[in-house]
Design a protein around this ligand. Structure first.
Ligand code: FES
Length: 285
């Protein structure tokens, strides 16, 4: 990755009272970005460095899109200051190991992939769903939100998914239930599923891993939510995976869900300091 300065915000969408998207002009990043990767953003010269998944990228338009939930100090500041016509001070990236997308299963048939997004996790799972769709896979989308007011990108997902299951906690949109319920439905309808990708709050990713574990379906989670500065320096994103110590921002953010030690992760998240808690908070609403 590299640092460069002043990236104009060309579009902003306020998805809810706390969630907003920014589309930023950055032709090099738009060309280089791959699904699963993230950038580190500084909204102004004295701003904190915030790791954010690249939720969309358009090489032809030369733009990338970030989806942000304003609940910590820095993200609330971005919500206030980042308007169309202003610029982001700095963007570093693309960072992180891209998600491997393989066009066919070992038998040669197109794979069936279930992409699960919970809340803010709906944004980072989108480029993965699109890449699988473009590679010829059958893509099932399972999106979960607390209520209908928080639903976003439903139509973008409809464009790249063969089927879409929308779940809300209170049943105000789609079916009432959690994404794990939607995931179970998708797996019942498609026992041939070769891979599940789940992105959202750590508790949700853990629950999805337990749904797929008995079926032995390869499952990947993105540990984006536990990143703090995204640089490999702070140690905030340390995680045990298959008995080894990994750093989400350097070795991930995608990991095999069945190998992630979610117990260790949960106890570490409870011990988080204020800065980490801020970074995490955006995933919990
Ligand atoms: Fe700081 Fe990974 S986020 S080391």
């Amino acid at each position: 990755g590299h640092w460069a300065s002043a990236f104009p915000i060309v579009e902003r969408e306020d998805i809810s009272a706390v969630t907003f998207s920014l589309t930023v002009r950055h032709p090099l990043m738009a060309k280089a970005a791959r699904p699963g990767q993230f950038v580190i953003v500084m909204s102004h010269a004295e701003g904190e460095r915030i790791p954010l998944t690249i939720a969309d990228f358009d090489a032809a338009a030369g733009t990338i899109t970030l989806v942000i939930q304003a609940v910590g100090k820095s993200t609330r500041e971005m919500q206030r200051l980042c308007q169309v016509g202003t610029s982001l001070h700095g963007i570093a990236g693309p960072l992180g190991i891209p998600t491997p997308i393989e066009a066919s299963t070992r038998s040669g048939a197109p794979p069936t992939i279930v992409c699960v997004g919970g809340g803010l996790g709906v944004a980072p799972v989108y480029p993965q769903a699109r890449a699988w769709h473009d590679a010829g896979a059958r893509v099932m989308g399972v999106l979960g939100f607390r209520n209908r007011n928080l639903v976003f990108w439903e139509n973008k997902f409809r464009d790249v998914c063969d089927e879409l299951i929308l779940c809300t906690d209170d049943g105000s949109a789609g079916t009432q239930g959690m994404v794990t319920d939607g995931l179970r439905l998708a797996l019942e309808a498609h026992p041939e599923t070769s891979e599940v990708i789940a992105i959202g709050p750590p508790v949700m990713m853990r629950a999805c891993a337990e749904v797929t574990r008995p079926h032995g379906i390869r499952t990947s989670v993105s540990l984006n939510p536990i990143m703090v500065d995204g640089t490999g320096m702070c140690g905030g994103c340390r995680v045990r995976v298959g008995g080894e110590v990994k750093f989400a921002c350097v070795d991930g953010p995608d990991f095999d869900a069945h190998l992630v030690d979610f117990d260790d992760l949960a106890s570490r998240l409870r011990r988080y300091g204020e800065e980490e808690a801020d970074a995490m908070a955006q995933w919990e609403t």
